[in-house]
Ligand binder design. Structure first.
Ligand code: AMP
Ligand code: GLY
Length: 423
């Protein structure tokens, strides 16, 4: 088969690495890809949101299967564009990707179908939001309705902060049109867990759990980022919690989407918070998580191409997902300053050390190939993943491997997976 992967981050590198192991994959392309993905795929310089160009490429090259990693093309309707041309593609159609594309949509869906989540209000006018926030209970959470690179969420401690937040999201449009509507949500506390699931429109099959670390600094301080590191499995996600979530969250979400005429095919990502009152949904994403994918896929035993095919054909019930009985930790190496200002263009040293080392992976995110070598080219630069017999060993291995890589302005959190020690 000829396979095209769409995206350019650590997530797509992990997907390309996994697809490359499938005997079904004869030739892999990635658009636009990055310097690391080139090891497994031919990178094609077409942007991930150039839907028509991507479809034309797939048609010309006779691509058998396209896999979409990123949210923007999904929310923009890439699956509909490909399907209209009779091209086979893995991901939700536009009317289903809205579960990530609009937080107001997902909150209304959860309310209508009694799926546990935080209480909320939606606003279309800044003045109304500000009036509401004057007498609200704090802390409180403000969310831009649309896509905002995982950064459209503000946790406010008082009404002054909330008012400033409303202004920046709704009036100054810090996140562009994503801030046309605002969701104001009850603040919840508890451990966070990410559960990714394959979906075929009717059936949902969850993968092993993971935990992300969204804040930029140690001790969960600093700004929200796209994710600074992950571990898998989460020791806090017990069998009982899984049973509860299967019954009250995963299955009902699939059924709800079907009832709405929005059959979900693709990866559904459940961002959960384990509160004192039980697990609740923080958010849905309509694609693989980044960096969750970088710890989940190295533990997956199945041929991932077979699973993608079963989802598209509505035959997920024929597949049993199987994960290794080990653990994985991913530490993101970023450019100092991310998620705000940072410099790029620094030479990266030590990438070759990962070659031929079992259980150690370096997934590229913001990198670029130049004549001088591979250089930093983004906020999140690399994801260093290591496996181990348990989380403690995986964590030790991952941090040891971060030392193999050197570049100017290298920054990482030192406490990825530290919570494991409390489990
Ligand atoms: P989201 O993009 O919706 O997952 O939000 C990003 C992060 O903000 C989450 O991973 C949580 O850490 C935090 N967050 C979102 N919603 C809430 C909430 N209702 N209560 C507490 N924290 C939240
Ligand atoms: N790691 C969170 C996300 O992919 O949105």
């Amino acid at each position: 088969m000829k396979i095209l992967i769409i995206g350019s981050g650590g997530r797509e590198h992990a997907i390309a690495w996994k697809v490359a192991q499938s005997p079904l994959a004869d030739k892999i392309y990635c658009a636009p890809g990055n310097a690391g993905i080139e090891e497994f795929a031919e990178c094609v310089p077409i942007g991930a949101t150039k839907l028509e160009e991507l479809a034309a490429f797939a048609e010309n090259e006779k691509i058998d299967l396209t896999i979409v990693g990123m949210d923007d093309p999904l929310v923009a309707g890439i699956v509909d564009v490909f399907e209209a041309k009779g091209l086979r593609i893995f991901g939700p159609r536009k009317n289903a990707a809205i579960i990530e594309g609009s937080k107001a949509f997902s909150k209304d869906l959860m309310k209508k179908y009694n799926i546990p989540s935080a209480a909320y209000e939606t606003f279309e006018a800044a003045e109304e939001a500000i009036t509401y926030l004057k007498t609200a209970e704090y802390p409180i959470v403000l969310k831009a309705d649309g896509l905002a690179l995982g950064k459209g969420v503000l946790i406010c401690q008082n009404s002054w902060e909330a008012e400033a937040g409303v202004k920046s999201i709704m009036l100054d449009k810090q996140f562009g049109s994503a801030g046309d509507r605002l969701v104001v949500e009850e603040f919840m506390t508890g451990r966070e867990v990410s559960v990714l699931a394959f979906c075929d429109g009717t059936n949902v099959a969850t993968m092993t759990s993971a935990q992300d670390h969204k804040r930029a600094k140690d001790g969960d301080q600093g700004l929200n980022t796209g994710g600074m590191g992950t571990f898998s499995p989460s020791p806090f996600y017990t069998r009982e919690i899984d049973e509860y979530c299967q019954q009250y969250i995963y299955r009902p979400t699939m059924d709800a989407m079907k009832s709405e005429g929005r059959d979900f095919v693709g990866i559904l990502f459940f961002g959960l918070m384990l509160t004192q009152n039980g697990p609740k949904v923080l958010e849905y994403n309509a694609r693989f998580g980044d960096p969750e994918t970088q710890v989940v896929l190295p533990r997956m035993k199945n041929d991932i191409v077979e699973v993608f095919e079963a989802c598209i054909d509505g035959k997920l019930n024929d597949i049993t997902l199987d994960f290794m009985d080990n653990a994985a930790v991913c530490v993101v190496l970023s450019s100092a300053g991310y998620p705000e200002q940072y410099e790029k263009g620094f030479l990266i040293d030590g990438l070759d050390t990962f070659k031929e080392k079992d259980g150690f992976y370096v997934f590229h995110a913001g990198t670029k190939k130049t004549e001088a070598g591979i250089v930093t080219n983004g906020g999140r630069v690399l994801g260093v993943t290591a496996t181990g017999k348990d989380l403690k060993e995986a964590r030790k291995n991952a941090y040891a491997a971060t030392e193999w890589i050197q570049f100017e302005n290298k920054y990482m959190r030192s406490d990825i997976g530290k919570a494991i020690e409390e489990a």
